[in-house]
Every structure is written in C-alpha cells, then in structure tokens.
Design a protein. Structure first.
Length: 327
C-alpha cells in the first residue's frame, strides 16, 4: 500500500474498534458517535498523508481519534455512576431533581463495542467496557486515560502508543505507571465474568425477570446480594440492600404490568423495561443494566430517559399481549 491508497472500506472497517476506543475515553454515547464520525471524516480527507512505512493504518487513525477525543474532553466534566458520587446517600422515597446528562456514564450496546472473535479477546473487551470500569477511567486525566486504554486494553506497543499520542516511549511508560496507580485507587468492585452461555447466570436472570414481573418480593430478595445497590440516572438516587430494593420494586404501582426483555449492555446482561399504556400496548420505558457477583445480582442501574434508544440494543419498539422474550 502506498501513501494515498487508503480505501474508504478500510477506514469503515475500523468503526467498531474506534467506537470502543472513543467510548472508553468519553463515556458518552452521543459524544462517541460525534468523535468517531469526525475521526473518519478527517482520516478520509487526509488519506494522501498516510505513509504505511511509518505506521499501521490503525495506529494512524487512532492518533486522529485521540486528538478528537482530547479536544472534546478539555471542556468536559468527569462522568460517573451514581455509586461513584460520594455525596449521594441512600434514599427510600423521592427521586429529587434530575442532573444534566453530561454528569453520567451512558450505556452502550455490545454490538457497537465488541469486535473480537477470539474468546479471550471478547472477555477482555467485555470487562473493559463495563459501566463501573468506564466510570473508573473518568478519574484519570485525558492523556493518562488514552495511554491506559491503548496499552492495557487495545494492546498497542509503547512505541505505537507514543506515535499515537505524539510523545516519547519514556513519557508513555511514565503516564501508564501513574494511570495504573490511579485506577487501582479507584478500582470498582469485582464482578463475575459475564458469559451468555453460562447456565447458572441464565437461570439467575430468568429468576430475576420472573420475580420482577410478578412483584415477588421474596423472589427478588433471593436473587440479589445482601449489599446490592440500585440506582436511576439521571437522578441522584439509590437504594442499598436487597430487602429495600425488593420491597420498593415489589410494591411499586408504576411497575404494574411491566415486562423485561433481555439485551446486552456494556459487556454485561441488561434488559429493556416495557410498561403498558392505556391501550394495553407495552412501550419502551428504560434500559436496565445488571451486574452479577458471587452468582447473585449486585448492581441494578435503570437509565431513565433511554426509551428512544431501544433499537440500538436490538429491542422491539413495542410488545403486544403475551409477546415476550426469554433470557
């Protein structure tokens, strides 16, 4: 391949890895879309500048993406999950006022983030796009975030990472050491590795769906860890403890007739929650992310205001009558 011979198809083939990279840096679905599109536009317009004797196409394009993301991050605030906001206290009633969307890490469908074919690669990709991990990355300065993702997640060499960031190998190694130390200080609680084919996990999720849809408080309590946490961005609200979560979910009139349809969110199991309208048709309400630890549910995040994103996650626009999906 000579300079200027980059095909549009070659650039488009990088869309999924670029999406995963930009999302890890930005934590926002909309910002990620903008960053990837801007990266591909810039790469396309500069195809004549690419020199394969100096770097791989992936290295060259990731350098463009890094510059785009860092420019976007200069004016951005740190995103978080409710669990990571230290000022939040458990509340049993009232949601309070919603916080602006730029405060929270946003969910993304696996289909847009995971491109690996090897089981080991897919497992690493799943762990590195978990919502808690993305929130932990927000504690890093933008360049440290980029170094950590490039080296430890995407497995670029130190030399390639230096080329992408326009710096030196010693500077990359120093930044990586600081990033690892900072991430360790803010490391999220460990979760079970999600395996869609694991019979135990599938049974746990089926039991959760059955208990939620039937308002079975005892059943809900049984599938959650005692220290489970539930939250509902964009509200600064959360419940702590399986019994409290089960009692609120089981007694909520607003959940009457609701159904859960499985999907995959950020490398973990999730659901689209549907609620019935006056006409009996079940329509999208919110995306729900689930984390599992010790073969029990340990975290539930209900992303209010995400009903317009169901199609991204492969979820139907509505459910009718007894129509339902299985885990």
């Amino acid at each position: 391949m000579r300079a200027g011979e980059v095909a549009i198809e070659d650039l488009e083939a990088l869309r999924v890895p670029l999406t995963g990279y930009c999302y890890r840096l930005l934590g926002s679905a909309a910002d990620t879309d903008d960053a990837v599109q801007e990266t591909l536009i810039r790469a396309s317009s500069r195809r004549d500048r690419f020199d394969p004797s100096r770097a791989r196409l992936s290295t060259w394009v990731h350098r463009i993406a890094t510059n785009v993301c860092i420019d976007m991050l200069r004016a951005a605030k740190r995103r978080a999950l409710v669990m990571d906001v230290g000022s939040v206290t458990a509340q049993n009633s009232g949601l309070g006022a919603p916080l602006p969307p730029e405060v929270w890490v946003e969910p993304m469908p696996d289909s847009r983030l995971l491109g690996g074919q090897d089981p080991g690669d897919v497992a690493l990709e799943r762990e590195s796009v978990r919502l808690a991990f993305i929130a932990a990355l927000q504690h890093l300065a933008p360049r440290q975030r980029a170094v950590l993702v490039l080296r430890d997640v995407l497995v670029f060499t130190a030399r390639e990472t230096a080329e992408i960031l326009g710096t030196t190998v010693p500077a990359v190694n120093s930044a990586l050491q600081r990033a690892r130390a900072s991430l360790e200080a803010n490391r999220p609680d460990p979760f079970d590795l999600y395996d869609p084919e694991d019979a135990g996990q599938r049974d746990l999720l089926r039991r959760y769906v059955a208990a939620f849809e039937s308002h079975d408080i005892a059943g809900l309590t049984a599938v959650m860890r005692e220290d489970a946490v539930a939250s509902m961005p964009p509200f600064q609200w959360r419940l702590e403890g399986a019994q409290k979560i089960a009692a609120v979910a089981g007694a909520s009139d607003s959940c009457a007739g609701a159904r859960l349809v499985p999907c995959r969110i950020n490398g973990a199991p999730g659901f689209g929650q549907y609620r019935p309208g006056d006409d009996g048709v079940l329509r999208p309400f919110a995306l729900v992310s689930v984390d599992i630890r010790d073969e029990l549910i340990t975290q539930l995040v209900t992303f209010l205001g995400t009903q317009h994103r169901f199609a991204e996650f492969g979820l139907p626009e509505c459910l009718r009558g007894a129509e339902h999906a299985t885990v």
